[in-house]
Ligand binder design. Structure first.
Ligand SMILES: [Zn+2]
Length: 508
């Protein structure tokens, strides 16, 4: 048996106007052929898929197509997207006949000229392998699901956890679905229902948050013998595209109408949560710093969701930094980071121990924050590398380029050349900074940071700053979404939106 595998993973923030380029993918390691399993065979979804597949098809030959991974950022530049498609087509032709395809996908990835890269890739692969070869895939639960995706795949498995601690298990669930198709000969039937709502990522916690019971329902469904995959996609909210909205999906082995009713019941439960989930306790920049200072314990971690690199914001927002610099004293100091290649270069020119006097940040999204003058000292120059193991992926090599630690009084800033995980203390630890020792630590993440900081944080707070990933919806300009759509519009019932009236079946 020959199984082709590939990955195309980036979550796009369409409010970040800076395009994702080929070099950005190269920074995360473009791989083709045997290199995919050799280098990333134990990473995230691919790792989980291969591990599960070995249990039921130990002799399967794994044929690598292509692997493109890049941290969330702006839409993929058109030429780069064209190159990616060409490479996938070449690899599929070179692979020859395969018995199945597995793709690790994001679900909310846009390119210039195509708001649904995930669906486009699935369609392209379907065209190449023909109608009879099973295609299975994994998706982020922030997927903005389209008919094109569902029509082109046999089974798509979405994360059930936010923070995303189940990337490997999700790959494993896609493999289980594939086993049922290849070994038991089942024919998948996929249903879906869209809901005219999206909600702030800050409230997406599936362990302790409001949506937790919804995901327990999905897990119960998946224990039924006729269910291959159940998904609830809360959608990447900073994604101005026609299909923005929550989506329930269900792939079964039968056409039993009871599943349509169960989807409608779950849709009701989702709908009830729209307003509670959009009600967040966030604090204005000056207030959040004041609250952290008066907490009594340390470190207090401030989640700056609006500048979340995990949500595709540039990570160079200066709102909280400016607040820190206004204070005469911050006990144990404040620690933050900025994606700012120009400042890294300025620090490198000053040298370790050298004086540093330059504007920091505020360059990628000047509509939200401006550069802040920073006078201090270069404490350290380094290459920022670590392995991400927690929210978003497992065993994922991360490289954020060259870095510099600069300090001004009680304020320490880690400057990095490239974007990457803003949710993990490992970022600071990679620069020799221990977040446990600081009074205030900034995580550029709306929710996922809680999983990675909870073991030692004295407190966790959410800031209300401007930025490309702000849940302050009236400030964000949505042009392409279908209306009416909560929270941009007030709706009493989901059926008021024509595209949400009923459960649909996917015809292939
Ligand atoms: Zn996600």
């Amino acid at each position: 048996m020959r199984i082709a595998i590939g990955q195309l993973w980036q979550e796009t923030n369409t409010f970040n106007r800076n395009p994702t380029r080929w070099a950005d993918f190269e920074n995360w390691g473009v791989a083709t052929g045997r290199d995919i399993a050799a280098k990333y065979g134990e990473t995230g979804e691919i790792g989980g898929f291969l591990k599960e597949t070995r249990t039921w098809a130990p002799d399967a030959e794994i044929v690598g197509l292509a692997r493109f991974v890049c941290w969330p950022w702006g839409a993929v530049e058109a030429g780069t997207w064209q190159r990616i498609q060409t490479l996938f087509i070449e690899q599929l032709k070179a692979a020859g006949k395969v018995d199945a395809v597995f793709l690790a996908l994001p679900g909310a990835m846009a390119a210039e000229g195509d708001d649904d890269v995930t669906g486009a890739l699935l369609e392209l692969v379907r065209r190449e392998v023909g109608p009879d070869v099973p295609i299975v895939g994994s998706l982020d639960l922030h997927g903005v699901i389209t008919k094109r995706m569902l029509r082109s795949a046999d089974v798509l498995a979405g994360y059930h956890a936010c923070p995303h601690l189940d990337s490997a298990e999700t790959g494993g669930r896609a493999s289980k679905g594939l086993r049922r198709i290849l070994q038991d000969g089942v024919k998948p039937v996929t249903r879906w229902r869209k809901l005219p709502m999206f909600t702030a990522a800050e409230s997406h916690n599936t362990f302790t948050g409001l949506p937790a019971p919804l995901y327990r329902t999905l897990e119960a469904w998946e224990r039924e013998p006729d269910v291959l995959s159940a998904g609830l996609y809360m959608a990447m909210p900073w994604y101005d595209a026609a299909d923005l909205g929550w989506t329930i999906t269900l792939t079964t082995t039968s056409a039993d109408a009871k599943w349509d009713r169960k989807i409608d019941e779950l849709a009701e439960e989702c709908w009830k949560l729209r307003e509670p989930m959009d009600t967040l306790e966030r604090f204005a920049p000056a207030d959040v710093v004041e609250k952290a200072l008066s907490h009594g314990g340390h470190p207090v971690v401030i989640g700056d969701g609006a500048d979340a690199t995990n949500s595709g914001s540039p990570g160079d927002g200066t709102t909280l930094l400016a607040e820190f610099l206004k204070r005469d004293r911050i006990p144990h100091g404040a620690l933050t980071f900025l994606v700012d290649p120009e400042s890294v270069a300025a620090a490198a020119a000053a040298g370790e121990g050298g004086a540093f006097d330059a504007p920091l940040g505020g360059r990628y999204a000047p509509e939200y924050s401006q550069p802040v003058r920073f006078r201090g000292k270069v404490e350290k120059l380094l290459d920022v590398k670590f392995i991400l193991d927690g929210h978003i992926s497992r065993n994922l090599p991360v490289h954020m380029g060259r870095g510099a630690v600069v300090r001004s009084g009680d304020v320490t800033v880690l400057l990095v050349e490239k974007n990457g995980p803003g949710s993990t203390p490992k970022l600071y630890e990679a620069a020799g900074l221990d977040p446990r020792q600081f009074g205030i630590v900034v995580a550029k993440s709306p929710a996922g940071f809680r999983a990675d900081y909870q073991s030692f944080a004295a407190g966790m707070l959410l800031a209300d700053c401007p930025g490309c990933a702000s849940p302050n919806w009236p400030r964000m300009r949505f042009d392409k979404v279908q209306r009416p759509l909560f929270p941009l519009d007030r709706l009493a019932r989901p059926e008021e939106a024509a595209w949400s009236r009923r459960v649909e079946r996917v015809e292939r």
